[in-house]
Design a binder for this molecule. Structure first.
Ligand SMILES: [Zn+2]
Ligand SMILES: [Zn+2]
Length: 671
C-alpha cells in the first residue's frame, strides 16, 4: 500500500516503513572517513571516569561524553548527500556499506557476511524502465499514425506488458467510491474495452468538494484506478491529465520505484491531451468538455467512444545487488546468539515513500536511520572493547546493518532466510530505527510482550542504565553541572512508553514472525520524517548516545540471562496500517509478508482474535481472492479492503497446502 499524506502522519507509531522504495541516480561517493574525528586516544579515555556503579556489575562500563561527538560525526557521515540518500541501487549506499564494515572492523568484530566478508549481498528488483515499442494507435481517419514513447505517451510502472486492440470507453475519473456516492462505471460496459480516464478526482482544487475538499482521497491514486478498471473487466487503462487544472503539464516516465512495478494485470499508460482528444473526436466532444460536464455537478458523465485503439506496452524490470552488512562478536557459548540491528538504507532521491513527492534532492535520512546505525556501532564498539580485553559475552552477538528496509523489510527478511547464525540459536533481536530525536526524555520501546521476561528486563535496564550524559550539551560537548570537570553527572532515566506488539513497521518484524522475541527502540516521529530535511544537524547527539547506552544495557542484560521465553504479544491498534487497509475501509487483522510480491498475498500471521483469526485464516495462507476481487499483490489487497465496509461478511479464498480454501470473515472496524 502506498502511504499517502492523508494516511501517514496520524500513525504516531509509524517508525519508518512505507511501501515502495526509492531509487536514484548515482554520484561519486564521498571519502569514507573525511570528517571523522577518529577514535578517542587512550589518554583521553583515562581522563573520563567510568561509571562506578555500573562497572561494578562486572560486565559493563559507561559510555563516554566523547561518544556524543563521535555519534554526531557518524550520523553526519552516513547522512552526507553525496551518498545518494542511501537509495538501494546507488553507489552511495555501497559507500555506506563499506564505511559501516570499516567501523565494525575497528570495533573488533569479525566479518559475518558471505564468503568471509562483511557483506551479505542479494539481488532485488528495483523498478522498471519503458522500452520501445510502447505506443498508442487511434483507428480513426486523420489521426496521427501513432503516439510513441516519449512526450506523447508513457506507460505506468504497474502496467502489464503486451498489446491490445479494443474499443474505448471514457470513464470520467475512473472512480467507484460508494462512500462518496460516486461511480464513473455506473451504467457503462467496459468489458474487454480500454478505458480513458482523467487523473485526480472531481473537485480536485475545490475545498468544498465532497472528495475530502482539496485533499486527495485514495481514489485519486492511479493504481487504485487501474485495479478498479480491471475489476470492471477492462483490458487497459489510458490516463490523461484534465485540462482544467493541469493543461500542458508534461507526462512523466513510469516511476522507477520498487513496489510500483507490481503488475496491476492490465495495460496502463498515460498520454498527453492530443492523444486523448484524438480518441474523443469521433464523439464530438473534447477532453475539456468531457471534464467540464463532470465538474459542473460532480456527477459521472461516462460514455462509449466510436473508435478503437491499439495500445502496446513494453516495460523491463531493473535489478540491483544490495547487501546487509554483518559483524560478529563471538561469544563463549557458541550455541547461543543475540542479534542487534538497524537499517542503513533510505529513500534515495525520493519516490513514493517520500513525503516531499516533488523533491528530487537526496533524502539523507539522518534520523531514519543513520541514527540507529550509529547507536548499533556504539554498542559494537563498547562490547568489542570489552571483548578485546578478555571480557567476552556469553552469547555470540550478531550486529547487522540492514538494507532495503524502506522497500519493505527486504534486507531483514533476507537475513532471516539466510542467517549468519542459526535462527534456532537466536534468543532475541534488538532493533533501532529513528532514535536520534530524543525529546522530553521519552523513549518508545516496542515488543515488550514478545517474551515473558521483557517487561522486567526493560525496567531493570532503565533503572541500571549507565550515567554520565546529562552533562553533555546538544553539540556533544561535556558541560558538567556538578562535581569535578569531566565527571559524569547522573542523567534522568528514560520515560518509557511501551507497547507489547512485536509486529511493527521496521526490521524487528522479520524476526518476530519467525518466533524470535524482539525489542524495538524509537524516539518518535517528526515533521522531517521521510523528507530531505531529515538532516544530521537536527540530531540530538547526546540523546542518541543515551539510547545506545540503553541498548547496550539491554544486550548485556540479555547476555547475562537464561534464554527468554517467547510469547505471543497483544496486537496494537495503532499498527493496523501494516495489517492492511491503509487507514480506510474495513479491518481484517492480517499480517502480510513483505517479501511476497505477486501471485497472491502471503500472510506471515493474523492478529490474535481479529476477524481473520476468527474466520480461520492463518500464517502461510496466500490470499488470492477477496469478496470476488482478484488479489495478486498487496495493492489489490489494499484496494479490496478499502472497498468494503466494517460489518460486511466477505468470502476470502486462500491457497493452503496447494489447495484453494474458502473462508468467510466478518470485517471489523479498525481497533
Ligand atoms: Zn527507518
Ligand atoms: Zn523510513
Amino acid at each position: 500500500m502506498t502511504i499517502t499524506r492523508a494516511v501517514l502522519p496520524a500513525a504516531a507509531l509509524a517508525a519508518c516503513l512505507a511501501w515502495g522504495p526509492a531509487l536514484a541516480d548515482t554520484q561519486p561517493a564521498a571519502p569514507a572517513s573525511a570528517h571523522l574525528p577518529g577514535r578517542i586516544s587512550t589518554e583521553a579515555l583515562k581522563m573520563i571516569p567510568v561509571d562506578q556503579a555500573y562497572a561494578s556489575s562486572g560486565w559493563s562500563e559507561s559510555f563516554l561524553a566523547s561518544d556524543s561527538i563521535e555519534a554526531k560525526a557518524y550520523v553526519r557521515t552516513l547522512a552526507n548527500p553525496a551518498w545518494d540518500g542511501r537509495g538501494v541501487g546507488t553507489k552511495g549506499i555501497d559507500s555506506a556499506a563499506t564505511w559501516i564494515s570499516a567501523r565494525m572492523r575497528a570495533a573488533h568484530l569479525a566479518p559475518g557476511g558471505d564468503k568471509g566478508g562483511w557483506l551479505q549481498p542479494f539481488e532485488i528488483t528495483t523498478g522498471v524502465v519503458a522500452e520501445a515499442p510502447c505506443r498508442l494507435e487511434v483507428q480513426r481517419a486523420g489521426a496521427p499514425p501513432a503516439y510513441e514513447l516519449g512526450a506523447a505517451l508513457q506507460p505506468l510502472g504497474f502496467s502489464s506488458n503486451g498489446r491490445a486492440k479494443a474499443r474505448v470507453v471514457f470513464a470520467g475519473y475512473g472512480i467507484s467510491a460508494p462512500a462518496y456516492r460516486y461511480d464513473d462505471y455506473a451504467g457503462i460496459d467496459v468489458k474487454d474495452a480500454i478505458v480513458l480516464v482523467l487523473t485526480q478526482e472531481p473537485g480536485e482544487m475545490d475545498s468544498t468538494s465532497r472528495f475530502d475538499g482539496n485533499v486527495n482521497t485514495p481514489y485519486a491514486d492511479l493504481r487504485t484506478k487501474a485495479i478498479n478498471a480491471r475489476e470492471h473487466g477492462a483490458l487497459g487503462m489510458i490516463v490523461v491529465n484534465g485540462p482544467r487544472y493541469h493543461a500542458g503539464e508534461p507526462i512523466r516516465p513510469p516511476a522507477t520505484d520498487g513496489g510500483g512495478y507490481m503488475s496491476s494485470g492490465l495495460l496502463a499508460a498515460q498520454v498527453g491531451e492530443d492523444a486523448a482528444n484524438a480518441m474523443l473526436s469521433g464523439s464530438g466532444r473534447t477532453l475539456a468538455s468531457a471534464q467540464a460536464a463532470i465538474e459542473a455537478d460532480t456527477l459521472p458523465h461516462s460514455f462509449a467512444l466510436p473508435d478503437s485503439v491499439t495500445l502496446t506496452v513494453n516495460l523491463r524490470r531493473t535489478r540491483a545487488t544490495t547487501s546487509n552488512v554483518i559483524g560478529i562478536l563471538p561469544g563463549r557459548d557458541t550455541t547461543r546468539t543475540l542479534v542487534i540491528g538497524a537499517h542503513y538504507d533510505h529513500l534515495g532521491y525520493g519516490g513514493p515513500s517520500s513525503l516531499a513527492p516533488n523533491s528530487h534532492e537526496a533524502h539523507v535520512g539522518a534520523d531514519d536511520n543513520a541514527s540507529g546505525v550509529t547507536a548499533m556501532l556504539l554498542v559494537a564498539e563498547k562490547l568489542g572493547r570489552k571483548a578485546a580485553r578478555g571480557q567476552r559475552p556469553t552469547h555470540t552477538i550478531v550486529f547487522i546493518a540492514f538494507t532495503g528496509e524502506e522497500m519493505g523489510l527486504v534486507g531483514s527478511s533476507h537475513y532471516t532466510d539466510e542467517p549468519a547464525r542459526p535462527l534456532e540459536s537466536t534468543e532475541a533481536m534488538l532493533n533501532m530505527d529513528m532514535v536520534g530525536r530524543l525529546r522530553n526524555n521519552q523513549l518508545q520501546v516496542m515488543g515488550t510482550g514478545t517474551a515473558v521476561e521483557f517487561d522486567t528486563l526493560v525496567t531493570m535496564a532503565n533503572a541500571a542504565r549507565p550515567l554520565g550524559f546529562a552533562g553533555v550539551d546538544e553539540n556533544g560537548w561535556s558541560r558538567p553541572k556538578s562535581g569535578a570537570a569531566g565527571e559524569p553527572v547522573a542523567a534522568a532515566h528514560f520515560k518509557l512508553s511501551r507497547s507489547a506488539d512485536g509486529y511493527g513497521p521496521s526490521d524487528h518484524s522479520s524476526f518476530y514472525k519467525k518466533g524470535i522475541p524482539v525489542l524495538f527502540l524509537f524516539t518518535g516521529s517528526h515533521p522531517d520524517y521521510h523528507r530531505p530535511s531529515d538532516t544530521w544537524d537536527k540530531i540530538h547527539a547526546a540523546g542518541l548516545v543515551r539510547v545506545a547506552s540503553f541498548a547496550a544495557a539491554l544486550m548485556e542484560s540479555l547476555d547475562a540471562r537464561p534464554k527468554p521465553t517467547p510469547q505471543k504479544a497483544k496486537a496494537e491498534a495503532t499498527q493496523g496500517r501494516i495489517a492492511g487497509g491503509g487507514g480506510y475501509g474495513a479491518y481484517l487483522g492480517t499480517i502480510p509478508d513483505y517479501m511476497q510480491t505477486e501471485g497472491g498475498v502471503l500472510l506471515s500471521g493474523v492478529r490474535n482474535g481479529g476477524p481473520a483469526d476468527q474466520a480461520g485464516l492463518k500464517g502461510g495462507d496466500v490470499i488470492v481472492r477477496f469478496d470476488g476481487i482478484r488479489v495478486d499483490n498487496i495493492y489489490d489487497y489494499t484496494f479490496a479492503l478499502r472497498s468494503r465496509k466494517p460489518g460486511q461478511d466477505v468470502r476470502i479464498t486462500v491457497k493452503r497446502d496447494g489447495k484453494d480454501l474458502d473462508l468467510v470473515a466478518t470485517l471489523g472496524r479498525r481497533p
